[in-house]
Design a binder for this molecule. Structure first.
Ligand code: AMP
Ligand code: MG
Length: 494
C-alpha cells in the first residue's frame, strides 16, 4: 500500500494520492470494505472511467467486479471511513460513513483529484444500528439520477459502477444487495465542519478549513481573511447549485447539512425527484412531513445549512466573537442576491432572453403563476414554448397563457434575432428529457424484480442527452405520468 502523498500509477490506471490521511485522526477510521459473496458487475461507466484515466478493458470484467465490490483493493488504496456530523431535519446528530468506504483520491490525467468511494460496502464504526449495506434499487437510482444531473450540466458526484453483491439485504422484505462506486470532488460536507467544531479543537477546525481551501478554493488562501473567503466561496457555489436545481424542477428531498457539500456538488439521491406539474409546494419524500425540503423552500434551507457552516468557522473568522458574527452575517446575507442572480439568468435563458430588461421579472413570474394555476408540466411547458407545440400541451389552451405568449413573443422580437437562433438558445436551457419519477420507478422495478436492465439502459440513454430533440420512438419519455402512474412519495431506501 502506498502512503499518503506517494502516488504510483498502476496498469489499470489507478493513480491514488490520499491526502485525507494527513488530517488529524479524529476525522476518519482506517478500515477496509467488508468482502461480499459473489460480486457481479451490473453497470460500468466507460466514459467516466476514461476521464479518470482508468482502463475499461481491465475493469469491465469479473476482476473489476471484485474491486468495485470491495473484495480486492486497487493498488495505492488506503481505505477509510470518514467521520462527520450533521443537522438532519433540523436536529444535530453524530454520523460518519456508516456504509461507505473511501478507497482513496484518484488523480486523473487532467490533474483533477477525485474521491473514489464504495457505498454499501459493509459496517464501519459509524454504522450505528445499520447493516452497512445498500439494496440494488436505490444504487441504480443514484447511478441514473446522478448521471442525468451531470448531463443536465449541474454539479454532482458521479457514478462509476454498480455491482450486485450476491447477498440479500433485509429491508421490509429481502432485496438484492448492491454497491455503488461514487466519484466526487471530495466528500467534505458542512457536517464535517460541524463535527470538527463539536468534537475537535479550534486547531482541528483550522486544519480542516486549510485542507478545504487547498483542495477546492486555493484562491481563498491569498485573501486577507482566508476563512471568510472560504465561507463566501461555499456560499457562492451553493447559491448557484440550488438555483440550477430550481431551474430544472429538481427537489433534493433530504437537504441535511451532511448532504451539503463544500465543493458545491449535488449529493445523496435517496428521496429526490423531479417535479412534473409546476407547484412550488411540491414535496415527495415520505419522511418530510413538514415540507421542510419542498421545492421552493430549497434556497432558504441552503442558507440555513450555510449558517451552520458559518457557526463552525466562527472561531477562525476573527479574534473577537462579535466581529466574527458580524462578518459571517454579512456573508450569509449575500446568499439571497447571489441565488436570485443565477436563477434570473437561467430563467432568461429558458425564455430565450439575452439582454436584461426590468420587466423580465414580471414576465417570468406571470408565466410561473399561470403554470401553477393550470397545473402545467414544468419541463414540457418550457421546452414547448419555442418548439412545435403539441396539441395536448395543457398550457397552450389556457387563455391567460395565450395573452402571456403574445407579450413574450413581442419581447423576444425586440432582440432582433431570427426565431431559430432564439430557439437554439432555449433548447440548451430547457431539457426535453428529465428523470420522470414514473419512468425511474418502472426501470428500477424491472431491474429489481425481474432482473431486466433494458428499461434502465433505455432511460439512461435518453437522460444522458437531455437537451436533444427526441425521436418519435423516444418521445414517450417526455410524457408526464398518466394519473394511474403518478408518484406521490419517494423513500430513502436505506
Ligand atoms: P444517507 O441517508 O445515505 O445520507 O445516510 C445518513 C447516515 O446514515 C450516514 O451516516 C450513513 O452512513 C448512515 N446509513 C444509512 N444507511 C445505512 C446502513 N444501511 N447501514 C449503516 N449506516 C447507514
Ligand atoms: Mg447522505
Amino acid at each position: 500500500m502506498s502512503t499518503a502523498g506517494a502516488a504510483s500509477q498502476s496498469q489499470t490506471g489507478w493513480n491514488f494520492d490520499n491526502s485525507y490521511l494527513k488530517l488529524p485522526d479524529i476525522f476518519y477510521q482506517r478500515l477496509p470494505p467488508v468482502a461480499v459473496r459473489a460480486p457481479q458487475l451490473v453497470l460500468f461507466n466507460h466514459i467516466l472511467a476514461e476521464q479518470l484515466g482508468l482502463k475499461s478493458l481491465d475493469l469491465n470484467t469479473p476482476q473489476g467486479a471484485e474491486v468495485f465490490a470491495g473484495n480486492v483493493l486497487p493498488p495505492g488504496s488506503t481505505p477509510l471511513a470518514q467521520a462527520y456530523a450533521g443537522h438532519q431535519f433540523g436536529g444535530f446528530t453524530m454520523l460518519g460513513d456508516g456504509r461507505a468506504i473511501l478507497l482513496g483520491e484518484q488523480v486523473t490525467p487532467s490533474g483533477e483529484r477525485v474521491d473514489i468511494q464504495l457505498k454499501g460496502s459493509g459496517q464501519t464504526p459509524f454504522s450505528r444500528r445499520g447493516d452497512g449495506r445498500a439494496a440494488l434499487g436505490p444504487m441504480l437510482r443514484e447511478y441514473l439520477i446522478s448521471e442525468a444531473m451531470s448531463a443536465l450540466g449541474i454539479p454532482t458526484n458521479r457514478s462509476l459502477a454498480v455491482v450486485m453483491t450476491g447477498e440479500p439485504v433485509r429491508r421490509e422484505t429481502p432485496l438484492p444487495g448492491a454497491i455503488l462506486t461514487r466519484v466526487a470532488a471530495s466528500h467534505l460536507r458542512v457536517g464535517t465542519f460541524e463535527y470538527a467544531n463539536w468534537r475537535g479543537t479550534t486547531a482541528d477546525v483550522r486544519t480542516l478549513a486549510d485542507y478545504a481551501i487547498q483542495r477546492h478554493y486555493p484562491e481563498a488562501a491569498e485573501q486577507d481573511n482566508p476563512y471568510l473567503a472560504l465561507l463566501e466561496a461555499v456560499i457562492d457555489r451553493q447559491a448557484e447549485l440550488v438555483a440550477q436545481w430550481l431551474l430544472v424542477g429538481f427537489i433534493h428531498g433530504v437537504m441535511n447539512t451532511d448532504n451539503c457539500f463544500i465543493a458545491g456538488e449535488t449529493i445523496d439521491y435517496g428521496p429526490c425527484a423531479f417535479m412534473d406539474a409546476y407547484d412550488p409546494a411540491t414535496v415527495f419524500s415520505s419522511i418530510d412531513h413538514q415540507g421542510r425540503y419542498a421545492y421552493a423552500n430549497q434556497p432558504p434551507i441552503t442558507q440555513w445549512n450555510l449558517t451552520r457552516l458559518a457557526e463552525a468557522l466562527l472561531p477562525l473568522l476573527a479574534e473577537e466573537q462579535t466581529t466574527a458574527i458580524d462578518l459571517a452575517q454579512q456573508s450569509l446575507e449575500s446568499f439571497t442576491d447571489k441565488f436570485r442572480r443565477v436563477w434570473l439568468r437561467g430563467m432568461r435563458g429558458k425564455l430565450g432572453l439575452q439582454d436584461e430588461q426590468e420587466k423580465d421579472v414580471a414576465l417570468i413570474d406571470d408565466l410561473l403563476a399561470i403554470m401553477q394555476r393550470s397545473g402545467a408540466d414544468y419541463t414540457n411547458s418550457f421546452r414547448n414554448l419555442a418548439n412545435e407545440q403539441s396539441k395536448d400541451d395543457e398550457l397552450q389552451r389556457d387563455a391567460a397563457f395565450q395573452e402571456w405568449d403574445k407579450r413574450w413573443r413581442k419581447r423576444v422580437e425586440q432582440q432582433g434575432q431570427p426565431f431559430n437562433t432564439v430557439k437554439k438558445i432555449m433548447d440548451r436551457h430547457n431539457p426535453a428529457a428529465i428523470p420522470r419519477n414514473h419512468r425511474v420507478e418502472e426501470a428500477l422495478a424491472a431491474a429489481e424484480k425481474d432482473g431486466n436492465l433494458q428499461p434502465f439502459e433505455n432511460l439512461l440513454r435518453i437522460l444522458t442527452r437531455p437537451y436533444a430533440d427526441l425521436t418519435d420512438a423516444d418521445n414517450q419519455y417526455r410524457e408526464p405520468p398518466p394519473p394511474t402512474q403518478r408518484v406521490f412519495q419517494t423513500f430513502c431506501g436505506t
